[in-house]
Ligand binder design. Structure first.
Ligand SMILES: *Cc1c(COP(=O)(O)O)cnc(C)c1O
Length: 426
């Protein structure tokens, strides 16, 4: 059933490292051939062997309206016809920035970049520039893109400087990155007690890159208090959760508010976009008003802005879609849990708006170490059996799944039915 993909994959591997332009796409953790995609349509994608799948990946988050939404497509085509890029200001940038500002009471200004990685990298430079401090604090299991100083893993013991998690990243570039355990208040307090030069905490308030592991309310509150006490800034990385978990992402769900927020994914509706945003006071430190340098040839690209603008306007005009997305995410995960339970398979599930996660685990993971105790072999079998039945789940237990507005209750019912067959053979 994957003959053409098999061939395409081997051809790709000849000219592209690993055959993919982002490693997770290679299906390494579940095995098998990654289906090569020929097209998307609504809630579905089709591979080059003409297999059809219900798509829970949605390009890893951006496609909240599913594939080929007519209004987004029209806006993109209209804009393309006027020219692809100018490297000069367009009104589209102001319009998209205004929508984001309008929806967030902690944001006055937004700057656009071309990826989530770039957004986080720039937000961190801004935080360092504003606070005039060098260290940054991140949490194990949170992903903030692939910039050098964020590719860190725990060294010896907790609350220590991170060591590079990839060859090619010099220790000199990670020695200012402090690493703490997610949802561990004591660890976080100790880190602040031991280090006096912390410019910012960067956190996924709803972690989606170790599977779905939301931060505890008390933990976020402690992040806020420690930042305030020590003159550090709190950065919420909402590249995934922004406009996904709710209309205003995690900001609309948790009680704690961040100083700087990063966006990506949904704000580009599938086009390459990222953004970082904050109060005027903080954003005015950026060049050309301030001294903190940041730039981009294709930043605020009109085609990407047009796609994001229609997308955010549609969400803002129909905030009730989040109730529907959330209901479907709950229906799916509760359905999976109950068919698993029938087969005595422990499954932990959680949702935040249109985001859903599940772990083959007996206990609710609170951090990356807990996640690692999940049954990965069982997940790999579940994944490939569901794929054969036409359900495209993220190919790793460390990823989050997404509901799109075009998924129907029938789609979800069919998925639970297929899962019930699969759970019997796990
Ligand atoms: C996807 C993601 C990023 C990186 O975004 P890219 O567009 O892939 O560079 C950063 N932070 C979070 C939370 C993400 O989910």
């Amino acid at each position: 059933m994957f003959e053409k993909s098999q061939l395409a994959y081997s051809q790709a591997k000849e000219v592209i490292p690993g055959g993919v332009d982002s490693p997770v796409r290679a299906f390494t953790s579940v095995g098998g051939v990654p289906p090569f995609i020929q097209k998307g349509e609504g809630a579905y994608i089709y591979d080059i062997d003409n297999n059809k799948y219900l798509d829970f990946v949605q390009s890893w988050g951006p496609l909240i309206f599913g594939h080929c939404n007519k209004e987004i497509e029209d806006a993109v085509i209209d804009t393309v016809k006027k020219g692809l890029s100018f490297g000069a200001p367009t009104e589209l940038e102001t319009q998209l920035a205004s929508e984001i500002v309008d929806m967030h009471d902690n944001i006055d200004k937004v700057r656009f970049v071309s990826s989530g990685t770039e957004a986080v990298m720039s937000a961190i430079r801004l935080a360092r520039g504003v606070t005039k401090k060098d260290d940054i604090l991140k949490f194990e299991g949170c992903y903030h893109g692939h910039s050098d100083s964020l590719l860190v893993q725990a060294g010896s013991g907790l609350a220590t400087f991170g060591t590079p998690s990839s060859p090619g990243v010099p220790e000199d570039l990670t020695k200012h990155t402090l690493l703490c355990e997610y949802n561990n208040i004591e660890n976080l307090k100790k880190c602040f007690a031991d280090n006096s030069d912390i410019a910012c905490i960067i956190i996924e308030p709803i972690a989606g890159n170790m599977g779905l592991v939301p931060a505890d309310e008390a933990f976020l509150k402690t992040c806020r208090e420690l930042c305030d006490k020590h003159g550090a800034l709190l950065i919420f990385d909402e590249v995934m959760s922004g406009f996904r978990a709710s209309l205003t992402g995690a900001h609309g769900i948790v009680e704690t508010s961040a100083d700087i927020v990063t966006f990506g994914k949904v704000i580009g509706a599938g086009m390459p976009v990222g953004a970082f945003a904050s109060s005027s006071e903080i954003m005015d430190h950026l060049s050309p008003d301030g001294a903190v340098y940041q730039a981009g040839t294709l930043s605020g690209n009109p085609v990407a802005m047009a796609a994001g603008l229609v997308s955010l306007q549609k969400l803002k005009a129909n905030p009730e879609v989040y109730d529907d997305l959330s209901a479907k995410a709950i229906k799916l995960t509760q359905g999976l849990k109950s068919v698993a339970a029938k087969n005595n398979i422990p499954l932990i599930v959680d949702t935040r708006g249109s985001m859903f996660g599940f772990f083959f685990n007996e206990n609710q993971p609170k951090n990356i170490k807990d996640v690692a105790t999940s049954d990965f072999e069982r997940f790999a079998t579940f994944h490939s059996e569901m794929l054969k039945r036409g359900f495209y789940f993220a190919c790793s237990q460390y990823e989050t799944g997404f509901i799109s507005t075009v998924m129907t209750d029938d789609d979800i019912d069919n998925c639970i039915k297929a899962a019930s067959e699969v759970m019997e053979i796990l």
